[in-house]
Design a protein around this ligand. Structure first.
Ligand SMILES: Nc1ncnc2c1ncn2[C@@H]1O[C@H](COP(=O)(O)OP(=O)(O)OP(=O)(O)O)[C@@H](O)[C@H]1O
Length: 788
């Protein structure tokens, strides 16, 4: 087997290799003829070991190397028919070796057809989950190691480009339905026209409602002249399902049918406890089984996520892992491998791990939430006690679930014992959980989501005899998760209201049957909405393309236009264009109950201040806010438009007021400035009444007075300079006079001025002032002002 990801084998010596190949070909031809001649004479009861079957040397050798010597019942009985080319429906208990029962015929079929890399796709094996596909791929790598076929693992979450380019060289494809259809639709290199054999592992799951449309599309694209093998522990016998596959005279092989539906080595127990005690029970169980390997099944991803997170914080003293559909594919594979490796570990999982996975030595399987039906119970429990190994399973039932569920299990010949729990061994982690939730907002939100998700899952179950949402003590359950405040379950309230209305409608004696139908529609609509919402939230199974995943959920055609659009997308998932409208986004936000953070402002008295911009003002809006949510959700566009128009009036008014206030403030500011200026002027004027202040000018008596008065005049000039600003408001009296006097003065003092340019101006003014006329002094003052 050449794994596509590993590259090709290159011989060292070409000549020797060529010779050997030719020789091998001759031998192979003979071998093929020989083994084919024995096909018709296979008697299952005579097959004691794999050597008794007419298999190729390469297959036998690989089987031996993997330590597979004796075929299991299903292998013994089905391989013969498959080699003969018959279509096979194989049913055998979990862990009974169905994987080899189809892988061996696949290898043999291609071998006897002398399939080569150049022949393209010869076999397609479809599995409902990625992990199972991965596991089959790994088994194929081992048992097909001696063959030269190429194999590819084609599952969601992997590199599409990588797969795309290698499609045409892939002989055996192991895939999940969604990804296969995607390649069929989009990849020009995908070519299955010469395909020989189709295998559906977990066939009933592949053919159920969740994969119905995809599988139909896949089957349409496959050649009708092919061999088909279907295997499952809970095989479908539905004529409708089988007709879709156009099987040709299939043979039904079910070695254990008359005896049992679960492995003999599986010890099955159940316990009845209240919903609020589940977490305590689980915690106590883990604490009491620290040295064991356990799988705990829950009904939704959000529950698994929360329980894993909080239990990790509580530190039980053993390894914890969580596997669910919304995890990234690489993470899923890593967790799968880690759980395979470890021996003392607890895996919390959704039903993504319930089918087909072959974890070694699992001691306990706990079904913390009641399975949807017996089929799901069988697959979950079957993760332990595989192939002759021993194992135990514990089904946790609520008092309301016990009677109906046990009856169904008994009908299917499943013997299960009721056990009780020793209350002395129960330790409640509730107080610690509450403390963690109080510290960690994200964890609290995770708990809230887990809570809502569980309630939703119960509502969505079709079997109302087992699943009764009315019987749940939701408040106590919320508290058991560590939540102090019980999250609001709006969909439940709406559903109850509708049911109430429906009841009342029925009770009114005069109501006619047509009226009742009208009443029923909204209820159905509500349930359908939940179905769509829930299925899109919990991506437990393979491909994200599927909107409806659970088997028993029927979607009524009597639904609103929006929902209809959603469903039509779901019906043709790969072809549907992904158009995300604003309305769809809004709906999504509504559905997820995303509430934007609010800023609350309080005044000094502690009264809440209402921001008019954040609160609806109009009467219509208030009426809308107080309205009952009976309209089934959604947006009334017309009403919303009217509401916006009303609110718009208030907004405009607010805006006008804002602008007015701004203008007023601006005006006041301007006025104040003017007043200040005026005040300043007034202040200047007030010193010397309203006359022009000439006090700064040099005293002519001093200037023209006796020479010995020099010192006095300088000091006056100094003081004048300090008073200069007041003169800014005066015009020079005689420009001509000024200029002349200035020039005269400048020429007289030119040399002196030149010498003293670097000296302070005040000093200069000191000397000059003694010789200046009144006008000259004024001019000097002006200049000094300018220079300062
Ligand atoms: N002939 C054999 N001899 C020994 N071990 C075998 C043989 N065939 C299968 N096994 C082992 O039995 C285990 C279960 O096999 P497998 O996973 O194929 O079971 P299954 O019937 O497909 O289970 P499920 O119904 O859960 O999918 C595997 O570990 C496998 O290696």
């Amino acid at each position: 087997m050449q794994n596509k990801e590993k590259g090709n084998f290159k011989p060292k010596n070409r000549k020797t290799f060529k010779k050997k190949t030719q020789q091998n070909k001759i031998n192979e031809d003979d071998e093929i003829k020989e083994i084919q001649s024995k096909y018709d004479s296979i008697v299952p009861s005579n097959v004691k070991c794999f050597d008794d079957l007419p298999l190729s040397y390469k297959t036998k050798k690989a089987l031996k190397e993997c330590n597979y010597k004796t075929p299991t019942d299903i292998q013994r009985e089905s391989i013969g028919y498959a080699l003969q080319g018959r279509d096979v429906l194989g049913a055998a208990v979990t862990g009974s070796g169905k994987t080899l029962a189809f892988l061996v015929p696949v290898l043999e079929k291609l071998y006897t057809q002398k399939w080569s890399r150049m022949d393209g796709t010869g076999a397609i094996i479809i599995s409902p989950t990625r992990e199972l596909a991965y596991q089959i791929f790994e088994t194929l790598r081992k048992v097909g190691a001696k063959h030269d076929f190429s194999a590819g693992l084609i599952i969601g979450g992997k590199n599409l480009k990588f797969e795309r380019g290698r499609m045409d060289q892939c002989n055996i494809m192991i895939c999940t339905p969604g990804r296969l259809l995607q390649h069929m639709d989009e990849n020009p290199l995908f070519n299955a026209t010469s395909m020989q054999i189709l295998v559906l592992d977990e066939a009933d799951r592949c053919l159920d409602m969740g994969f119905e449309q995809t599988m139909n599309a896949i089957i349409e694209n496959l050649p009708p002249e092919r061999q088909t093998l279907l295997f499952s522990a809970t095989q479908t016998k539905s004529v409708k399902d089988l007709a879709r596959l156009s099987l040709d005279n299939p043979v039904y092989v079910a070695p254990h049918e008359q005896q049992m539906t679960t492995p003999q080595s599986l010890q099955q127990n159940y316990v009845v406890i209240n919903l609020e005690d589940k977490i305590t029970m689980l915690w106590s169980f883990i604490k009491n089984h620290l040295k064991q390997k356990c799988i705990v099944f829950m009904s939704s991803c959000k529950q698994v996520k929360y329980i894993y997170e909080i239990f990790c914080k509580l530190r039980p003293g053993t390894s914890l892992l969580a596997l669910y559909g919304t995890l990234h594919q690489d993470r899923r594979v890593a967790i799968y491998n880690e759980f395979m490796r470890k021996s003392n570990v607890v895996l919390f999982a959704t039903d993504v791990a319930s089918r087909g996975l072959d974890f070694p030595v699992v001691n306990w399987v706990i079904q913390l939430d009641c399975p949807e039906d017996v089929t799901q119970y069988i697959h979950r429990a079957g993760r332990t006690a595989r192939h002759k190994a021993k194992g135990e399973s514990l089904l946790v039932l609520l008092p309301s679930e016990e009677e109906a569920m046990i009856e169904e299990l008994t009908q299917k010949k499943i013997s299960i014992n009721k056990i009780s729990i020793d209350p002395r061994k129960m330790f409640s982690p509730r107080a610690k959980m509450e403390a963690f939730l109080a510290q960690n907002k994200e964890l609290k939100e995770s708990a809230q989501r887990a809570f809502v998700s569980y309630i939703k899952s119960v509502i969505l179950m079709k079997n109302k005899k087992v699943f009764n949402v009315e019987a749940l003590d939701t408040d106590a359950y919320a508290r058991s998760l560590g939540l102090v405040v019980v999250p609001r379950i709006r969909f439940l309230q709406r559903l109850k209201k509708r049911q109430q209305k429906q009841k009342e409608g029925r009770e009114s004696a005069s109501s006619e049957s047509s009226e009742e139908e009208e009443e029923e529609k909204p209820v159905q609509k509500e349930q359908n909405k939940l179905i769509l919402a829930h299925s899109s939230e919990d991506e437990d199974n393979d491909d994200d393309l599927f909107t409806i995943k659970r088997k028993d959920h029927e979607v009524d055609t009597q639904i609103g236009e929006d929902e209809h659009a959603d469903i039509s997308l779901a019906k043709n998932p790969a072809k549907a264009p992904k158009i995300v409208t604003k309305a769809a986004l809004a709906k999504r936000v509504l559905k997820k109950k995303i509430v934007a953070n609010k800023k609350v402002v309080f005044d000094e008295e502690g009264e809440q201040l209402k921001d008019p911009t954040k609160h609806l003002q109009s009467d219509l809006a208030r009426e809308y806010e107080n309205e009952d949510e009976d309209d089934g959700g959604g947006i009334d566009i017309e009403k919303a438009k009217r509401l916006l128009r009303e609110e718009d009036k208030f907004d405009k008014e607010r805006f006008r007021e804002k602008i007015k206030a701004k203008r007023k403030a601006k005006k006041q500011k301007l006025k104040k400035k003017r007043d200040d200026d005026q005040q300043e002027l007034d202040d200047f004027g007030s010193d010397e009444d309203d006359d022009v202040d000439l006090s700064w000018l040099p005293d002519p008596d001093k200037i023209y007075g006796p020479k010995n008065s020099d010192e006095e005049s300088v000091s006056d000039a100094e003081s004048e300079i300090h008073q200069l600003p007041t003169k800014l408001f005066e015009k020079p009296r005689n420009k001509r006079e000024l200029s002349v006097s200035m020039s005269e003065n400048s020429s007289a003092d030119e040399d002196e001025e030149e010498d003293k340019r670097s000296k302070p101006i005040k000093k200069k003014a000191k000397k000059m002032a003694s010789k200046l006329s009144v006008d000259e002094a004024e001019m000097l003052a002006m200049r000094l002002l300018g220079s300062e």
